[in-house]
Design a binder for this molecule. Structure first.
Ligand SMILES: Cc1cc2nc3c(=O)[nH]c(=O)nc-3n(C[C@H](O)[C@H](O)[C@H](O)COP(=O)(O)O)c2cc1C
Length: 193
C-alpha cells in the first residue's frame, strides 16, 4: 500500500499490545506510511504487560516517528489530510463509548473526529470484556455509523469471560484494504477455534 497514510491509534487494552505491534510491523512492511497515535492510558500506564516507555520506543522504531499523544497533535489530522485511513487497534470499551457518543477528549478520540471530517474510513479492532454487555450498544451504534469498519472479532473465552470480544489482529491488513474500498470485510464474527 505505498503512499497510503495510516493513522494507527492505540488504546489501553494492554494485553493486546504485542498483537497490535505485530500488525503495525506487517502494515509497515506492506508499505503503509504509519502515523502512531496513543490514548493517555496507552501513553502513560506501566502494566504487567510492559512499561509504557518501552512500548513507545518500539512504536517509534516501527513507524520512524514519535506518536501523537495530545489534542494539539491530533487536531490537524483532518484539516491537513494527514491520514487516508485510521485504525484504532486495540479499541477499548472506554473508547468505543466515547466514539459512539461524540466525546473527543483525548488524542485518539479527537484524531478519529478530525479524520472523519474528510469522510475517510475508520477501522476498529475491538478488545473489551464488556463487548456483549455494557459496550454492546456502542458497538451497535458504530456498526450502523457511516465510515466505520470493524476488524473481525470473536469470543476469546466464552466460558470464563462470556461477554468478552477480541478482534483477530492478523486480519488487520485485509480489513484495511477492504475498508479503503468502502467494504466491511466478512465474516465480521468468527467462532473460537
Ligand atoms: C492491565 C490492564 C489491562 C486492560 N485491558 C483492557 C482491555 O483489554 N479492554 C478494555 O476495554 N480496557 C482495558 N483496560 C482498561 C482501560 O485501560 C481503561 O478503561 C482506560 O481508561 C482506557 O482508556 P483509553 O480507551 O483512552 O485507552 C485495562 C487496564 C489495565 C490496567
Amino acid at each position: 500500500m505505498p503512499d497510503i497514510r495510516l493513522g494507527f491509534a492505540m488504546c489501553g487494552s494492554f494485553c493486546t499490545f504485542d498483537r497490535a505491534l505485530a500488525a503495525m510491523k506487517e502494515c509497515r512492511s506492506l508499505g503503509y506510511d504509519i502515523l502512531p497515535i496513543l490514548s493517555p492510558a496507552a501513553r502513560t500506564t506501566d502494566t504487567r504487560f510492559g512499561r509504557a516507555a518501552d512500548w513507545i520506543l518500539q512504536i517509534e522504531a516501527i513507524c520512524g516517528k514519535p506518536p501523537i499523544c495530545d489534542l494539539v497533535g491530533a487536531e490537524p489530522i483532518g484539516p491537513k489530510h494527514m491520514t487516508d485511513i485510521l485504525l484504532v487497534a486495540p479499541c477499548t470499551g472506554n473508547t468505543l463509548g466515547k466514539l459512539a457518543n461524540g466525546i473527543t477528549d483525548n488524542a485518539v478520540t479527537l484524531a478519529v473526529k478530525s479524520h472523519l471530517r474528510g469522510r475517510r474510513p475508520v477501522v476498529l479492532a475491538v478488545s473489551t470484556n464488556d463487548a456483549l454487555s455494557g459496550s454492546a450498544k456502542n458497538i451497535g451504534t458504530l456498526l450502523n455509523t457511516r465510515n466505520y469498519y470493524f476488524v473481525p472479532m470473536g469470543q476469546d473465552d466464552p466460558i470464563a469471560k462470556p461477554t468478552s470480544l477480541v478482534a483477530d489482529f492478523h486480519q488487520i491488513p485485509q480489513t484495511l484494504a477492504q475498508a479503503l474500498e468502502g467494504k466491511q470485510i466478512q465474516p465480521l464474527l468468527f467462532e473460537k477455534k
